[in-house]
Design a protein around this ligand. Structure first.
Ligand code: S3P
Length: 430
């Protein structure tokens, strides 16, 4: 599908971004192995989360969606999953595959996990290695690529220093740790999203986190308690509007009910360090997660440096940061972000290519990008390459460029934000 955008005269109004993708996956999986039923409100019905739901159904978990944004899960209990009769298709979703590997490594049956071409090319050794140290039996294609086959078995706790900052890997080990004898300790090289830890704690797991880069989880004694919750809005879905508003000459937007978990707010810190006008209002808690409204206005931007802990705290937003800094005064360096190369696409390459097609000069490094601004973008044909975050970044870029921009494979936004195009229309004033 093609979509054509041009710069709106102004941006006004308020939006409620869709539910957090990471929390929606976790609510479906963790409630699926809990003992009892739970209601999840503001569940994200995106392609990725629906893939998780289909996998849970194949594993014997009952669920229904009485309306588009509500999910009711009938947990099977920690030993209640059933051997799936066919391969589990995780589609485009790394979170589905990596979190399920952690659970399935401990179930007494055979599971096979597969996905689309992008997911089958992404690295899985990073979950296989620690789980094998715990005793798991996992087979993969060459170089740890999916499909994966798991013969569940009994596991033992380990102490594991993660070589890469990845919440999916951390979560896989923690989930396996719920089933493993003794204690499992995970050390992170940087602060990745902690939605797993917060949710499992609410569900009664014996888990300790938040004091330094270490998570400790003990084998579950009883059952996990089901957790009914309202999923906060996804800061990754708010991010396109944040960047569009700060870089547009006439914008004022209110983004309501956005999750502002500090492991996720790197994009706000980066934009503020660039001089953006962003206010956080009405902070409150939804279950274990902080939520707020965000007010964002046009401003003048300067370049910045993105490195260190800011990288895992903004990992999915870095393509949008690269766009913002094209329009900012001065030089920006984004470094230590080599993880971008193993996302749904090689996002160092696809971000640089996409911005260059709009006339930007962007230097690619092995672990990031260098951009000198300000630059003028001019409309063109651009390619999302089937990567939802690229499609959204290119749409925002097209709204900041001169002339018209046509985005190929624009439908890929549905992986995380099914009503993205509609929301763009809602805030655009022509
Ligand atoms: C996610 C973790 C991140 C992120 C992905 C969602 C999660 O991946 O990029 O979109 O829900 O745990 P990594 O664990 O590979 O960093």
């Amino acid at each position: 599908m093609l979509r054509t955008v041009r710069r709106p005269r102004a941006l006004r109004g308020s939006l409620t971004p869709p539910g957090n993708k990471s929390i929606s996956h976790r609510a479906a999986i963790f409630n699926g192995i809990a003992d009892g039923s739970a209601i999840v409100e503001n569940f994200l019905p995106s392609a990725d989360c629906l893939a998780t739901l289909r996998c849970m159904r194949r594993l014997g978990v009952g669920w229904r969606r009485p309306d588009e944004l509500t999910l009711e899960v009938e947990g099977a209990g920690k030993q209640g999953l059933k051997e799936p009769e066919a391969a589990l298709d995780c589609a485009n979703s790394g979170t589905t595959m990596r979190l399920l590997v952690g659970v399935l490594a401990a179930q007494p049956f055979l599971s096979i996990l597969t996905g689309d071409g992008s997911l089958r090319s992404r690295p899985m050794a990073r979950v296989i290695d620690p789980l094998e140290q715990m005793g798991a039996r996992i087979w993969s294609r060459r170089e740890g690529r999916a499909p994966l086959a798991l013969q569940g078995t009994s596991l033992r706790g380990i102490r594991y220093g993660m070589p890469v900052a990845s919440a999916q890997v951390k979560s896989a080990i923690i989930l396996a740790g719920l089933y493993a004898e003794g204690e499992t300790v995970v050390e992170e090289p940087g602060p990745t999203r902690d939605h797993t830890e917060r949710m499992l704690q609410e569900m009664g797991a014996d888990i300790r986190f938040g004091e330094g880069p270490v998570v400790r989880v003990k084998q579950l004694r009883g059952e996990l308690k089901p957790l009914s919750l309202r999923v906060p809005g996804d800061i990754s879905a708010a991010a396109p509007w944040l960047v569009l508003a700060v870089a547009h000459p006439d914008a004022e937007l209110r983004l309501a009910d956005v999750g502002v978990n500090p492991t996720r707010t790197g994009i706000i810190d980066i934009l503020i360090s660039m001089g953006a006008q962003i206010e956080i209002e009405n902070e409150r808690r939804w279950g274990g997660e902080p939520v707020a409204d965000i007010v964002v206005r046009s401003g003048s931007l300067c370049g910045t440096i993105v490195e260190g802990h800011l990288v895992p705290r903004s990992i999915d937003e870095l393509p949008l940061v690269a766009l913002a800094v094209c329009l900012a005064e001065g030089e920006t360096v984004i470094r230590e972000a080599q993880e971008l190369r193993v996302k749904e696409s090689d996002r160092v390459r696809t971000t640089a290519d996409g911005l260059r097609r709009l006339g930007a000069r962007v230097d690619e490094m092995p672990d990031g990008l260098i951009v000198k601004g300000p630059q003028r973008l001019s409309g063109s044909r651009v390619y999302s390459r089937g990567d939802h975050r690229q499609a959204m970044m290119l749409a925002v870029a097209g709204c900041l460029a001169d002339g018209e921009t046509t985005i190929h494979k624009a439908e890929s936004v549905a992986v995380s934000y099914p009503w993205f195009w509609n929301h763009l229309q809602v805030i655009s004033v022509d």
